[in-house]
Design a protein around this ligand. Structure first.
Ligand code: MN
Length: 363
């Protein structure tokens, strides 16, 4: 009898251990998910950056009221609307840079608010009411190379700001060739975006929306640009220049400036991604278009500076042409070929495309 009780005790103990163990695992599971959830939500929320100076410090160049409304109301609204637009979508995982350089794939709301957030963040960063610095040696050399002298850059920026009709921005950018260039864009667009023809990495951005100057300067946009020129933080701008010329984004923009690649990608994406979902109609209808685009791509000017890369690129382009030709021959031969074989060949084409273009935008 005693022995039986002892067994019973042991049995209960065993159950308890299993039970406790389960609870412990459940707790661990919940904690892990909570941590993941918190870090996930934290990482994906864009925040209004704080200013380096008080609103009043920008006087008399920019009045305190304008600074306050511009920063705490206008910029904050772009941040809020951007967060709202990406909430619960796969875009939560995108960096601001990626939202901008791929903006043609997203909604107008993303374009306007991601642009608004980026542009204003840059604007606050490059303004200083405190020091009257000048460009460092490296930047000054680049300015002289592109514009002759610093004054000419000022004139160019002034002109860009005046030419821009209505709301927008005037920019000094590092273009895909690594050269400085003055441009302007409308609304909250900026030169990183793939919807803009003159692209590059901005190192100066001047807000020419009326909300940036109307309280003090009313309709005199030119006076406002003058005022901004006097408070540019050349220390920050010089750093931005050196970062921009080394930034891999420049190479990405350069590839996007390769219209033949873009054209090929369009057909590739429509046919391959459909085939992935077992829909072979697009590739059957458009395989000739794919072949023609591969041919045009092979014969286009390759926007790569490094000769080694150019050789590799050229090899991949030849391979792509051969593969698309091959698939086209299969599909026009009049003989029934299996979906499996079409998919195999299309996947090989897609792999070669990756060798050329890096990752697809969808991935
Ligand atoms: Mn603004």
């Amino acid at each position: 009898m005693l022995r039986k009780i002892e067994y019973l005790y042991q049995f209960i103990e065993k159950i308890n251990i299993v039970f406790l163990h389960k609870i412990f695992r459940l707790k661990k599971f919940i904690t892990l998910n909570l941590v993941l959830f918190i870090s996930f939500s934290w990482a994906q929320t864009f925040q209004l950056p704080s200013l380096k100076f008080a609103y009043t410090d920008y006087e008399p160049f920019i009045d305190a009221k304008t600074m306050e409304i511009h920063h705490s109301k206008h910029h904050q609204t772009y941040v809020n609307n951007l967060n709202k637009a990406i909430q619960g979508t796969k875009l939560e995982k995108f960096s601001l840079n990626n939202l901008l350089i791929n903006t043609s794939y997203f909604s107008e709301t993303i374009r306007n608010n991601a642009g608004g957030h980026y542009n204003h963040s840059l604007f606050w960063e490059i303004l200083t009411p405190k020091s009257n610095s000048s460009p460092d040696e490296i930047l000054l050399k680049a300015i002289e190379e592109s514009f002759g002298k610093l004054d000419s850059l000022q004139t160019k920026l002034q002109q860009a700001a005046m030419i821009r009709f209505g709301s927008g921005w005037a920019w000094l950018i590092v273009n895909p060739d690594g050269k400085l260039q003055v441009t302007h864009t409308g609304n909250q667009d900026n030169p990183l975006m793939d919807v803009i023809s003159e692209r590059g990495i901005p190192i100066i951005g001047i807000d020419v929306w009326e909300h940036a100057y109307y309280l003090k300067h009313q309709n005199k946009r030119n006076d406002y640009i003058y005022a901004i020129w006097s408070i540019l933080d050349w220390g920050v701008i010089s750093e931005k220049y050196q970062a921009a010329i080394k930034d891999p984004t420049l190479e990405k923009i350069k590839q996007d400036n390769w219209p033949e690649l873009k054209a090929f990608h369009k057909v590739m994406s429509a046919t391959f991604h459909a085939a992935e979902k077992s829909d072979f109609k697009p590739i059957i209808e458009r395989n000739n278009e794919l072949k023609v685009n591969a041919y045009l791509l092979k014969n286009s000017e390759i926007p790569v500076l490094n000769p080694t890369e150019e050789a590799t690129m050229s090899k991949s382009l030849h391979k792509l042409e051969k593969q698309t030709n091959d698939l086209n021959r299969y599909l026009t031969i009049g003989r029934k070929i299996s979906d499996k074989l079409i998919f195999k060949k299309l996947t090989a084409i897609h792999d070669t495309f990756h060798e050329i273009a890096g990752l697809c935008k969808e991935e």
